[in-house]
Design a protein around this ligand. Structure first.
Ligand code: NAD
Length: 495
């Protein structure tokens, strides 16, 4: 039994909460102890059809007639309402995702800021005017797509729910959002606010697994898909969207390099490497999962990093002392612990492997931190996204070799470089094939700055103002025959 009871929420379709057409629900677990804390409707493809129809009607009948200035007001009110229930959002996130409370607080704060940021963007994404041949005048308008389909993962549910609704709404679209089955409750909590504040059908929430997700990506009414998740799922999304030539934005995984040059400030870089891999229990697309150390600093760096890692407190996210909380699910636990075994089998050196304290719950999905050393670039732990608190450390002898190793990946989401020589640091930053490069920091949190991947890390950019508003609008050029573009004496009109 559990003291938590989040069992009442239904699907949000056309402003009304209701059951799935099958009546089935799936349980939502607390990863800290395996107890059930709630449930959500297990939607079918038919439920998704109903939600898409509601979003289309809302776009046609209501939302497209709401001015950009008025959309600002709606978005600001949603931000205020999330803020008013800050503690409840934090609690739900830690309960369903497992992460420490301070991480959930950052996430919910990002959700609030996201709504405020995109509220400010709603009436500022202007078109252009273009010189044309004499007698013609071009101007562009940025028009919404209509219905935008959003699919999100489980690692930052409030922030993803907020950013991927606020931006399309600001741009004038209506939305159908499908959260991950591991963490539907934050989105359903936010659905109460959308239902209260917005006209019916402007945001619709469909919970469940692959069937409703696959339907959303293949539906001909949906004109834009914003997907965040694994690259293998991203491929399926892209294939499904290809049937209707639907535009896709894909925010996928990473195997991000963190380069420490021989002249780096070692203590700063150790701190950055530590947070870069262990924040979010390593379940972070942007995490610095490949640490590249110059031979001159390898031993000192590893010794300091291991000492720091040894001090981590492993425990439930609800405990204020916790640094490293459980992973989100049994599936994640199995995947990450398999990779730890793979790394050992491949012959990587175990520089450090933590232990889970006896007093944490035996049914929780706790994986202690693992640091592998002298990793070979061909090993699977060097190439595949593990998505857990497992770090692969590489040794290099020249900066050129390090850059080659850093770019030897199919992914390209983030990268970092540490050096006290800013000229070198900036030159390395330009050479890294990634959408975001950190210089002498590893600070995630990107609102305002474009974020997205190279290679298999994705297509499109979120969070930057122009880029994101561009993602959720289509440009139309209007060429008008216009009188009055000829030079000459205006008095001839009055002679
Ligand atoms: P996932 O791909 O397994 O699932 C993501 C979402 O897709 C879920 O809602 C899931 O139900 C849905 N889904 C599954 N099959 C589908 C299908 N055939 N059609 C449509 N939807 C489908 O990913 P996950 O395990 O939830 O999340 C972890 C992954 O997300 C990691 O690879 C991580 O790097 C990535 N991620 C990327 C970013 C980014 O901004 N680039 C941010 C967070 C997470």
């Amino acid at each position: 039994m559990t003291e938590y009871d989040y069992h009442d929420w239904g699907l949000l379709v056309d402003g009304t909460f209701g059951p799935s057409e099958s009546g089935d629900r799936f349980d939502v677990e607390n990863p800290a102890d395996g107890t059930t804390i709630g449930s959500a409707p297990d939607a079918t493809a038919g439920d998704m059809d109903a939600a898409i129809e509601a979003a289309e009607d809302a776009y046609d009948d209501t939302w497209q007639h709401v001015s950009a200035r008025n959309r600002v007001e709606y978005l600001l009110e949603i931000a205020d309402r999330i803020e008013a229930e800050f503690d409840e959002f934090v609690r739900i996130e830690t309960l369903e995702n497992g992460k420490p409370l301070y991480e959930s607080e950052n996430d919910v704060e990002e959700a609030i800021q996201g709504y405020r940021y995109y509220a400010g963007a709603a009436d500022k994404h202007h078109g252009d005017t273009i010189p044309e041949k004499e007698g013609l005048f071009d101007y562009t308008v940025n028009e919404p797509y209509g219905v935008v389909g959003v699919i999100i993962p489980w690692n930052w549910p409030p922030m993803h729910s907020a950013d991927f609704t606020a931006a399309p709404l600001a741009a004038g679209n209506t939305v159908v959002i499908k959260p991950a089955p591991e963490t539907p409750l934050s989105t359903l909590k936010m659905a109460e606010i959308w239902a209260d504040v917005l006209p019916d059908g402007v945001v619709n929430v469909v919970t469940g697994g692959t069937p409703p997700g696959a339907r959303l990506t293949s539906h001909e009414t949906v004109n834009k898909i914003a997907f965040t998740g694994h690259d293998e799922t991203g491929k399926k999304v892209m294939q499904a969207a290809a049937e209707n030539i639907t535009d896709v934005m894909l925010e996928l995984g990473g195997k991000n390099p963190n380069l420490v040059l021989p002249d780096a400030d070692i203590d700063d870089a150790v701190d950055g490497a530590f947070h870069g891999i262990f924040d979010g229990q390593g379940q972070v697309c942007a995490s610095g999962s490949r640490l590249l150390l110059h031979d001159d600093v390898y031993d000192e760096f590893v010794q300091k990093l291991v000492a720091r890692t040894r001090e981590m407190t492993i425990g439930p996210g609800t405990d204020e002392e916790t640094d490293l909380a459980p992973l989100v699910s049994q599936a994640q636990y199995d995947k990450v612990t398999d990779y730890v075994d793979i790394g050992k089998d491949e012959g990587a050196t175990v520089l450090y492997e933590g232990t889970v304290p006896d007093d944490v719950h035996a049914d929780g999905y706790y994986v202690p931190p693992v640091i592998f050393g002298d990793v070979d670039p061909e090993m699977r732990i060097a190439r595949e996204e593990i998505f857990g608190p497992v770090l692969s450390v590489f040794r290099y002898e020249s900066v050129e070799e390090a850059i080659e190793m850093a770019n030897d990946t199919e992914y390209g989401l983030t990268g970092a470089v540490w050096s006290t020589n800013m000229e070198v640091a900036n030159r390395v930053a330009r050479r890294l094939e990634a959408g975001l490069v950190f210089v002498n920091n590893f600070v995630n949190g990107f609102l305002g700055a474009p974020f997205g991947g190279y290679g298999k890390s994705g297509i499109g950019r979120k969070l930057g103002f122009e880029e994101t508003m561009g993602e959720f609008t289509r440009t139309k050029t209007i060429r008008t025959a216009i009188a009055g573009s000829e030079p000459g004496d205006l008095d001839e009109y009055y002679d």
